[in-house]
Design a binder for this molecule. Structure first.
Ligand code: GTP
Ligand code: MG
Length: 473
């Protein structure tokens, strides 16, 4: 078992081996839809609702076999749908339990009726993420891998997909396990010193232990180094496009999308509602949020739009403040920059095509802020702008394609706490305190690292993690 033994069966007081069922495919119409069952005895439940054309029961078939037949109410002739049933036998399945997947046609009615029949026949509806939770509890995957399932499903770009799949296949877990092993080794040395020596470690030994502590600290740092970028790659960046009316925010959105998505007119106050579209820049998703131009207005509809713009600003990760470079920067622009500046901000001087010479950087009352001159109309410097977005989002770092990134805030937090504990252990040793202090800190670090793979994790954390999944995953 890779998780702490005390976990077993604690999950909301429920047994972990009853039969669960859920629709595993997306809602809506599709060629095929799947009702998935898991739990020992689920093959008999499937047999109650599924009749194979060859009249052979599912229970009498070996694992990894497929049967053709139909789904219907037990004892009734009415057919609910044609179906294919896949039988997977414990432990050779996703959950390591017996699993049956009923493939029916992917319409909501067929799926719902099939699910209801299964529920009437002894299964209960699965909770969100319960299949994956069982895969974790049975030791088939560790917690970082289980979380990666969600990331794979939600990945919006190829790069996000690559990072998630590397985590799914255990690349991150391996690095974390290496750190855990090094910490465990340190702990053995420190505990031995505490247990078997009347005196403290002699100086040479103490120095050797300190070198080992430094080495662990370094490996934690290395893995943490890409955490911010990992989160960006996984979750994408919400980029609010804000500015006064008519500066060309919607035009900029269209230029970045390379299509006419938003309405553009010469009338100030054209955009009323918030508009969101996603683009990928070098595999990083940017959720572009076009907003209503911010100004004081008595128009009721427009002022509601302005309120939404401010809300978008509050929810953003990054801000593109558009100004009209041809008309010049105004006091309102500078005031808006002040509002935006709590977030990473790029000021975009739009309409460069209207200027005869290449424009100077205007006075923004802020020497530090990034400024770039573009034309949404001609597309001039839009490529450069994209590169600037990307480099700001990644803190200037260039990502390698095969990098193992910590992409989950929970993992990064656990690593940071581990790092702090290791630093305290190091300080205790160099301050000449008893090894006991260092040992206790290393134990804390080990437990933090264990939270990542789920070796040491509470039921609450599991509930929170799997609660984010859909039912059927
Ligand atoms: N010459 C030139 N005109 C532009 C450029 N970008 C936008 N415009 C024009 O500026 C006007 C306003 O553009 P929009 O994109 O609607 O501006 P906005 O900031 O979204 O305006 P609101 O939605 O009203 O806040 C339109 O007439 C555009 O054609 C540009 O780069 N060069
Ligand atoms: Mg607009």
């Amino acid at each position: 078992m890779r998780y702490n033994k005390r976990m077993q069966g604690q999950s909301k007081g429920k047994a972990n081996n009853d039969i669960i069922a859920a629709i595993a495919t997306a809602q809506g119409a599709g060629g095929i839809g799947i009702v998935r069952l898991s739990g020992n005895g689920c093959i008999a439940v499937a047999d109650a609702v599924f009749t194979a054309q060859d009249a052979q029961s599912l229970n009498s078939r070996p694992g990894y076999t497929l049967a053709y037949g139909h789904v219907g109410r037990p004892g009734e002739a009415t057919v609910v749908d044609e179906a294919l049933a896949t039988v997977m036998r414990a432990p050779h399945s996703y959950t390591k339990e017996d699993v049956v997947e009923l493939n029916v046609h992917g319409g909501p009615t067929s799926l719902r009726r099939t699910l209801n029949l299964v529920l009437e026949s002894g299964a209960r509806i699965a909770e969100p993420g319960e299949f994956t939770r069982r895969a974790f509890l049975s030791g088939r995957v560790d917690l970082a891998q289980a979380e990666a399932v969600l990331d794979v499903i939600e990945a919006r770009t190829k790069r996000a997909g690559d990072v998630a799949v590397r985590q799914l296949t255990g690349a991150l877990s391996q690095q974390v396990e290496k750190i855990a092993a090094a910490l465990a080794e340190l702990l053995v040395d420190l505990d031995a010193a505490v247990d078997f020596s009347d005196e403290d470690l002699d100086l040479a030994c103490r120095e050797a232990v300190m070198t080992s502590v430094d080495r662990v600290a370094e490996s934690v740092d290395t893995i943490l180094a890409g955490a911010a970028e990992g989160e960006v790659v996984r979750a994408g960046v919400r980029l609010a496009i804000i500015g006064r009316p008519n500066v060309g925010k919607s035009s900029l959105l269209n230029a970045l999308l390379r299509r006419d998505r938003a309405i553009v007119t010469p009338v100030p106050g054209t955009t009323r509602d918030v508009l969101e579209e996603t683009i990928a820049i070098d595999g990083v998703a940017f959720i572009l949020v076009d907003t209503a131009g911010i100004r004081h207005t008595d128009d009721d509809v427009e002022s509601k739009g302005v309120a939404r713009s401010r809300r978008s600003l509050a929810e953003a990760d990054m801000v593109a403040l558009v100004v009209d470079a041809a008309a010049g920067v105004t006091a309102e622009d500078v005031a808006l920059l002040g509002e935006a500046r709590v977030l990473p901000t790029i000021v975009i001087g739009n309409k460069s095509d209207l200027l005869s010479e290449s424009p100077d950087r205007p006075d923004l009352n802020d020497e530090e802020v990034d400024y770039i001159s573009v034309s949404a109309k001609t597309g001039e410097e839009i490529d450069t702008l994209e590169k600037l977005f990307l480099s700001r989002a990644l803190g200037g770092r260039v990502l390698a394609t095969d990098e193992v990134l910590v992409s989950n805030a929970r993992h990064a937090d656990a690593l940071r706490r581990a790092k702090a504990a290791v630093a305290r252990a190091r300080a205790a040793l160099s301050d000449g305190l008893s090894e006991e202090f260092a040992a206790s800190e290393i134990r804390t670090a080990l437990s933090c690292v264990g939270e990542i793979t789920g070796r040491d994790v509470s039921a609450d954390i599991l509930d929170r993690i799997f609660g984010r999944f859909c039912i059927g995953k």
